[in-house]
Write a protein that binds this ligand. Sequence first.
Ligand code: CA
Length: 219
Amino acid sequence: MQAATRSEGESARSGAPPAGGPARVLLVEDEPGIVDFVRRGLEAEGFAVQAALDGPEGERLALAGGFDVVMLDLMLPGRSGLEVLAAIRRARPALPVIVLTARGEVEDRVAGLDAGAVDYLVKPFSMAELLSREVRFEGEPVLLSTTEFELLVFMLRHHGEVLSREQILSAVWGYAHDPATNVVDVYIGYLRRKLARDDGTTPIFTVRSVGYRLGGAEE
Ligand code: CA
């Protein structure tokens, strides 16, 4: 995520995200310590943060609009995070959702990603993890999510090598996953769009029936 650099101004509270003003984050989280930590950290970086402390309130605010991104805890009073996520995906499919999970709750990550979350953060997390890292490609800044960044770093470490989906999955997501998952392909797609050159080509190649390669002979 990156804070908007435009000056603060009007702030629409409903409808489409406001055109001006800081990027608005909806934080749906029932642990006051995390709400406080995230709010202070993001506001220091120029984001506007609104917190919802339970599932129904989070869902109501997310669907009402006006937010650029939602950070969503999964264990919430009133309505689970996955239910809230499903409602957001139906009503606002383009609204990015970052799922917050407790350490070790691998099933949460899988369920969240399968349900359409764009990324996840394992609690406790640092502000450095929360604020995505900037990468430059062909001289232009590219904003990557935590997962996209980790995927790119892994591929850069194995530049020119063919990497299977299983290798990428275990290196970046850190667990054995249902082999039917398409999460690797989805994230390769995100990276390709962000690393596309003006002529539409990208440095990430598909190696049919094996996996992917960053850079190498055909470039
Ligand atoms: Ca919780």
